[in-house]
Ligand binder design. Structure first.
Ligand SMILES: [Mg+2]
Length: 291
């Protein structure tokens, strides 16, 4: 398979745009247990129950429409009733043990799916630029890139804008490990993503492949913008195990992977579904622009 010559009838791709969560790693399988560790530690420090804290966190996440709102814990009623008078950096310090608990579980559990590094190397060897496009905010994606050792693999990474009270110290915005992180004006999905990314990279949409696990966030905007798309369905994700926990804190009332996008059957039929990144070579050929 690896040494098979390029098949002329396959669409030729000169730019790859990769989603992160559930595409490159099992997001729900690290995020929910990490958040649980944080909640357990914080609840005892704040003199409340984990259940009460979960529902207060859910309220904050709903306010920002983002379940990964950075330092949402500091904006819960329980935290605010104790810490409201302090500067943000000191609020963070007061709950440092809870944030450390989150980071410890994240660092233990977050890892790339095994096919990711080989696929990145293969695109690199073919001279194809690789762009990341994450629903996470710039401040959340930066430590993940570092932990996963991905900085050298991407040409640049597009992320959602940071919103909310001032970031409580040690921000990594704009100075992340060797890869530019570009904040989009709006969170993902963003209809401007295809024109913005393809024009920044100097590659036409029709030679650009978007890869992701969500029809609504990854596939529909790509197709509507004139790019190619491939849907990835990981077989070994841990959604079933962690979904109930996620729903307790999520800004959404259902986490359905939002498959209700308005793509026609005619559009969907041209979108291959793969279970690993290596399967993409069955549906596309990859080569540097102009070669
Ligand atoms: Mg995803």
């Amino acid at each position: 398979m690896r040494n098979q010559p390029s098949l002329p009838h396959l669409p030729r791709i000169a730019l790859v745009v990769l989603d992160f969560d559930e595409t490159l790693y099992d997001w729900i399988g690290y995020f929910v247990p990490a958040l649980e560790a944080m909640i357990t530690t914080a609840a005892s420090e704040l003199g409340t129950t984990p259940a009460a804290l979960r529902s207060e966190l859910k309220a904050v996440h709903k306010r920002y429409r983002n379940t990964e709102h950075p330092f949402a814990l500091l904006e819960t009623d329980a935290a605010q009733s104790k810490l409201a008078g302090l500067p943000r950096g000191e609020q963070r310090q007061a709950l440092a043990a809870a944030f450390d608990a989150f980071n410890q579980v994240r660092d233990e559990r977050l890892q790339l799916y095994r096919d990711v590094v080989p696929a990145l190397s293969r695109w690199r060897a073919a001279g194809v630029p690789i762009v990341g496009y994450s629903a996470a905010t710039s401040v959340n994606i930066a430590p993940r890139i570092r932990l996963l050792g991905l900085a050298g693999s991407f040409d640049r990474i597009y992320a959602s804008p940071y919103a909310g009270p001032p970031y409580p110290g040690r921000s990594t915005r704009g100075r992340t490990a060797d890869v530019p992180i570009v904040e989009m004006a709006r969170p993902k999905p963003d209809p401007d993503a295809v024109p913005r990314i393809t024009s920044d990279m100097g590659i036409p949409p029709e030679a650009t492949l978007f890869v992701g696990d969500s029809i609504a966030s990854d596939i529909a905007p790509a197709i509507e913008g004139g790019a190619k798309a491939a849907l990835i369905r990981r077989q070994a994700d841990s959604t079933t195990e962690w979904l109930p926990g996620l729903l307790e804190v999520s800004h959404r009332s259902a986490e359905t992977r939002a498959d209700s996008a308005s793509l026609s059957d005619k559009d969907l039929v041209q979108v291959p579904t793969v279970t690993t990144l290596s399967d993409l070579w069955r549906h596309f050929t990859f080569g540097a622009s102009g070669t």
